[in-house]
Design a protein around this ligand. Structure first.
Ligand SMILES: [Fe+2]
Ligand SMILES: [Fe+2]
Length: 204
């Protein structure tokens, strides 16, 4: 049976199409906000995390709308040129009024904002969070390792005047929480280990 929703102007449209239109509208908002971003939290990063999250969520009994929306807004703090405080908190604060305008259930809004707030894996390791939050964290972590992770870690280290090799070694300490996340991380960790080994033997 097809589930219908009434739009504000009275049209009945299938719920699936409505969810699709809503997520595309939110994607456009985030894309515009992160257009100028140059510190590794740009819209391309957001969409890589989005794709990772869809892979991790496959076959799991989870709320995909919560995952998609929290992924889209997880680094939204960077839409502000300057902000003070932890970027997960700021992203949730900025996302709140946007998300509340959409037809999410109260519980979905709660989970979306919590996931955004707790997504930063360097600061949050609480295991007492919904599965949707763990999926966002693992999807974000996957983008910090592998070939993309190498590029991001090196450019971060150069900007922050840190040792790039040490930054790469730090990436090896990242841990994963979901079965699929752990599975997907294995190959990406291998790539970093091999890179460190090769570059150290060439340098020294
Ligand atoms: Fe983040
Ligand atoms: Fe991120």
């Amino acid at each position: 049976m097809i589930n219908y929703h009434k739009t504000p102007n009275g049209f009945l449209i299938p719920k699936k199409s409505e969810d699709f239109l809503r997520i595309n509208k939110l994607k456009d908002i985030v894309k515009k906000g992160l257009d100028h971003e140059g510190s590794g939290h740009d819209f391309k990063h957001t969409m890589r995390v989005y794709n990772n999250a869809m892979k991790i969520a496959e076959g799991e009994n989870v709320d995909l709308d919560v995952i998609k929306t929290s992924v889209l807004f997880h680094d939204y703090a960077y839409s502000e040129k300057f902000f003070e405080g932890e970027h997960g908190d700021i992203s949730a604060k900025l996302a709140k009024p946007i998300i509340e305008k959409e037809n999410f259930a109260k519980e979905q809004v709660r989970k979306i904002l919590l996931s955004i707030e707790k997504h930063n894996f360097w600061q949050h390791n609480e295991s007492d969070v919904p599965i949707e939050t763990k999926i966002l964290r693992d999807a974000d972590r996957l983008d910090a390792i592998g070939y993309t992770g190498i590029l991001r870690a090196i450019s971060y280290a150069i900007n922050a005047k840190k040792n790039p090799i040490q930054s790469l070694k730090d990436q090896l300490t990242i841990s994963f929480e979901t079965k699929k996340g752990i599975e997907l991380s294995n190959e990406r960790f291998r790539v970093i280990r091999e890179f460190i080994q090769n570059i150290e033997s060439e340098f020294n």
